[in-house]
Design a protein around this ligand. Structure first.
Ligand code: SME
Length: 162
């Protein structure tokens, strides 16, 4: 298993995601434990982009429960339809939030968080099994490129992380 990431020295996020994706795939394909894989995926995204908070929430009954993450302490449980993550689960689609203060019902785990992107993760039966949540301490830090590349990432490794 590669223990170091090889990421091009460019500010272009698409290029960085493109380099990162196969390295994450090879990382998770070598390990069958979903918790270990979620932990390394969160670390790889944090290391590559320096995001303020990167982590997973898993569906457990009618709530999302905090999974492996990189960043500051976070809320452990989020209800269906609540906050950005619960909305993502309910609507079954990615949420791109340029200003978290303008998102009705946003759950502020940290006042440092300014913008956010959340990607749903589907199981083989098409149900949401969890979400990938990324927060930035910069406003308007995410674009459609992040959504597209992160959706591709979770599609590629979905069966290895849940
Ligand atoms: N802001 C999220 C809660 C999770 S933390 O950002 C880690 C939300 O509104 O769902």
């Amino acid at each position: 298993m590669a223990e170091n990431l090889n990421i091009p020295a460019t500010e272009d996020r698409r290029e960085r995601y493109t380099a990162l994706l196969p390295q994450i795939e090879s990382l998770v394909n070598g390990e069958s434990d979903p918790v270990a894989n979620m932990a390394n995926v969160a670390a790889a995204l944090k290391e590559t982009f320096g995001f303020f908070w990167v982590g997973f929430y898993r569906v457990a009954g009618r709530e999302l429960v905090l999974g492996p993450f990189q960043g500051t302490l976070a809320c452990t449980r989020i209800g269906f339809g609540k906050g950005v993550c619960g909305t993502d689960w309910k609507e079954r689609k990615s949420q791109l939030v340029p200003d978290v203060n303008l998102f009705p019902g946003h759950i502020a785990c940290s006042s440092a968080s300014k913008s956010e992107v959340v990607i749903p993760i589907f199981d083989g039966g098409g149900n949401v099994s969890g979400v990938l949540d990324i927060d930035s301490d910069k406003p308007d830090d995410f674009t459609a490129v992040d959504v597209e590349c992160l959706e591709r990432l979770v599609r590629a490794i979905g069966d290895r992380i849940f």
